[in-house]
Each structure stands twice: as structure tokens, then as C-alpha cells.
Write a protein that binds this ligand. Structure first.
Ligand code: ASP
Length: 440
């Protein structure tokens, strides 16, 4: 049995958190490959090291002194070193970073140092081997991970007897220059390692006991999702639920490796298991009709009205190509006999709205164009909805009974997700009443 265990920033925020990580690693020999984020927040007012490093870079860019911000970072690491009695020569490490950034003005090098130092310290504390991500995670020139080279570089560690700690979040370009992934990228590092070493399980340790049915800021103490499929998770994260980096699913999914979201502060909690198929677990325990509810505010609906649209071949393509020319992605596209609505992210369209309306009117001769702002999309996700009649009816009836007007509706034939658009003033209420009806 091989497990890859990735620890998020809050799991390594201070010496006490390091101790919890050690207990977790020591309690299970199969946790061989360990990935860490940079030290995160110890408490709400604290700062994440990565955020501070970006601030340092901004100061340096404008030729301002970054000494105060740098001291905050140093203080964090020196405290951990002192409390855990580590030997690491932090003076030397920080002196090198300060020296390097005089030559390497590149932001990526600087912000990667959070993960680098955290992993160095964690490896000493766990008595594990440290492998620098720059030597094993190789990007190609287009900025994507070069899986072939990364696979080759990681391969020699597969049968290592020692436990290994890798810093997450960064790698190197073919010329050796450090490159970071997008924020939260350590999840991707862990997922790629799990793929290469053919792990049996990818554990993602964080500060919540798994994925919740819906946002706890909307429903107090919502239920935890015990099991969820990769596809359901994709739908939920697309619509705003973010426990795991979006891109982290693909490497493990390619090899059917389950992901277990676990809580470093409550390791006995089973957390959430993410798998390709939940058929077996569902046989033992019938799932709720709905696995999760997520949603996002801030959408605009542009409705193009023209008589006989439905019989005009190519009309939809013409409408969509106008949006494409402005590089605007479409969330959904409900239509009727004489109208087509296009749902888009308000922030993305804001700048071009009037130009787009004028093109819709002049170039493709819409009779009229209506714009509705302040729309929220709510995704109701559930594998148990597949082939189950009456689900959409029940969801719509629930909203109707609560005086919520539905503006748009969409569902694909895979039937695992129904998305409704409502006025943003009804966003929280919609989630609450769907939760009450289907989960509670
Ligand atoms: N430290 C980086 C961030 O804060 C990467 C990570 O934590 O995964 O985004």
C-alpha cells in the first residue's frame, strides 16, 4: 500500500501543526510520499507565507524596502525551528534568498521559497528525505507540466525505502528556471506524484473534515459528503465549491486513484472520499438524492430575440462567435422558439457589453437584445439523480413554494447536475431551501 499525503498551509502553520503532521505520518508506514504547502495562517489575523512573499516582491518591484514583511516570514520559520529544536541553518537559507533575489528578480523564484523552506524543515522533523521540486517537476515551454520528463525524474524515487518530503506548488522550466503553478498548486504536485508512483490513495490533509454538502457560510454545520465521484466534484468546484485545486483531479483520475480529503486537526474523522465510481459504497449506504449544492453569484444573461430563430440554420453559431471574438466563455445557453439567452460571467463581459449588444443587433440582426444582470447560478449535483424521475420537478417546486423565481434552467443528459439561475437576492435562500428539502 502506498499513500501520498499532501498537507495544506494551515496543516504546517506552526510548530503545533508540525507535531500533528508527524503523528499522522508516523501512524501509517504507507504514507511514504509527503507534499507540503508553505506555512499558512495559524489564526484568522495571521498571514500566509505565500501571500507575504508576493508582497515582498511587490515592494522590491517598486524599489521599496521589504524588510518588515521579510521579518514576518523569518519570524514564522525561526519560531518553528526553535520550538521543534531543528538544526536547519535558517540564517544561511534566508541570506541566500536575499542574495538570490538581487540577481533573480523573477517573482516565481521568490514565492516558491515558502514551500521550499517548509519542506526542508518538515523533512528534518520527520526524519525523511528532502527532494527539491525543481529537480523533478519539469514544465515545458508552454508552461504545462511535462509529464514525460517529470515521470522520468520522479521514477528513481518510487522504490525508495525512505519517506520523502517534496515542496508543492513549483517546478522548473527546461532551462532550470523556477516556475510556480497557479495558487493552491500543491494539490497538483501531490496528484502528479500519486499518479507516477501508482499510489493506492492520495490523501489531501487540510483544516476541514472533508467536503461539505454546501457552503457553511450559508447553512450552519452542513452535513459532510462521505463519498463523491470525480465528476460530481468537478461540477461542484466549477460552481464555486473549492476544497481542492481544479486541476488536481486529472492526474489521479487517469489512474483511478481515490482522493481522501482529511482534517489534520481531526485525523480520526473519515473525511470525504473522492472516487471514479461510488457504486460499491452506495450499495452499502444509499446516498442522498443530492450529493451537494454549490453556486456562484455574478452572472449576466443576454437574451437575443428574433422571430423564427429556431428555424434559422447557424444562428446560434453566429451569436456565440461574437462572444468568442471577445474571448468570453459561455456558462450556459438556454433557448426558446424566438430567443436565445447567453449566460456569462458579469466581470468578464462588463468591458465589452455595449459593443457586443451592438454587434448582436447590427451584424446578426436580432430584433431586440435584453440584458439581465445580478443573476446567480446554483448547481444541484448528485449521482443519485441519474435516471430518477421527478428530481428537477421537485427542485423547481421547492423553489416555487419558497417564492423564488427561476430565470434559467439547464441540465445535460448525464443528469448529475441541474443548474438554475435565480436573482442574486434569492441566492442564499435558494440553497437553504434545497438543503432543507433534500438533505435535512
Ligand atoms: N502556497 C501556495 C498558495 O498559497 C500553494 C499551495 O498552498 O498549494 O497558493
Amino acid at each position: 500500500m502506498i499513500k501520498v499525503a499532501k498537507f495544506g498551509g494551515s496543516s504546517v502553520a506552526n510548530a503545533d501543526q508540525f507535531k500533528k503532521v508527524k503523528d499522522i505520518i508516523d501512524s501509517d508506514d504507507s504514507r511514504k510520499f509527503i507534499v507540503t504547502s508553505a506555512c499558512g495562517k495559524s489564526q484568522a489575523e495571521d498571514n500566509k507565507v505565500t501571500d507575504l512573499l508576493y508582497v515582498v516582491h511587490a515592494h522590491l518591484k517598486y524599489k521599496l524596502s521589504a524588510d518588515d514583511v521579510f521579518s514576518l516570514i523569518e519570524e514564522k520559520y525561526f519560531n518553528i525551528k526553535k520550538e521543534l529544536g531543528l538544526k536547519i541553518d535558517l540564517d544561511k537559507e534566508f541570506a541566500k534568498i536575499k542574495e538570490d533575489i538581487k540577481k533573480i528578480s523573477d517573482v516565481d523564484y521568490l514565492v516558491s521559497r515558502g514551500e521550499y523552506l517548509t519542506a526542508l524543515m518538515l523533512s528534518e522533523y520527520l526524519d525523511a528525505k528532502f527532494v527539491d521540486a525543481k529537480d523533478v517537476f519539469i514544465f515545458d515551454y508552454s508552461g504545462d507540466i511535462d509529464i514525460k520528463k517529470t515521470d522520468e525524474a520522479l521514477h528513481k524515487y518510487i522504490s525508495s525505502d525512505e519517506k520523502i518530503v517534496f515542496p508543492g506548488f513549483y517546478g522548473a522550466m527546461p532551462d532550470g528556471k523556477i516556475k510556480v503553478m497557479s495558487r493552491g498548486g500543491s494539490d497538483i504536485t501531490g496528484s502528479i506524484i500519486a499518479n507516477v508512483v501508482n499510489a493506492d490513495l492520495y490523501e489531501n490533509w487540510t483544516d476541514v473534515s472533508g467536503i461539505l454538502v454546501c457552503d457553511p457560510r450559508i447553512i450552519e454545520n452542513p452535513l459532510r459528503i462521505d463519498n463523491i465521484t470525480y465528476s460530481e466534484l468537478r461540477e461542484m468546484s466549477y460552481m464555486g465549491a473549492n476544497v481542492l485545486h481544479d486541476e488536481a483531479v486529472f492526474p489521479v483520475r487517469a489512474k483511478n486513484i481515490p482522493i481522501n480529503i482529511k482534517n489534520t486537526n481531526d485525523p480520526e474523522n473519515i473525511g470525504t472520499m473522492i472516487m471514479e465510481s461510488c457504486v460499491e459504497v452506495d450499495k452499502k449506504k444509499k446516498p442522498y438524492d443530492i450529493t451537494g449544492i454549490s453556486g456562484k453569484k455574478g452572472f449576466t444573461v443576454i437574451t437575443c430575440i428574433k422571430s423564427h430563430i429556431s428555424s434559422e440554420v447557424g444562428f446560434l453559431r453566429k451569436v456565440l462567435s461574437i462572444f468568442e471574438n471577445y474571448n468570453i466563455s459561455i456558462e450556459s445557453c438556454p433557448s426558446s422558439v424566438d430567443s436565445i439567452s447567453v449566460v456569462v460571467d458579469t466581470e468578464k463581459i462588463k468591458k465589452y457589453l455595449y459593443e457586443i449588444i451592438s454587434k448582436l443587433k447590427d451584424e446578426i440582426e436580432c430584433d431586440d437584445v435584453h440584458v439581465t444582470e445580478g443573476i446567480s447560478l446554483i448547481a444541484v449535483v448528485g449521482r443519485a439523480m441519474v435516471n430518477k424521475h421527478g428530481m428537477s420537478g421537485k427542485i423547481f417546486a421547492t423553489l416555487g413554494e419558497n417564492n423564488i423565481n427561476i430565470k434559467t434552467i439547464s441540465q445535460g443528459t448525464d443528469e448529475i447536475c441541474i443548474v438554475v439561475g435565480v436573482d442574486s437576492k434569492d441566492f442564499e435562500k435558494s440553497i437553504r431551501c434545497i438543503y432543507e428539502k433534500f438533505i435535512k
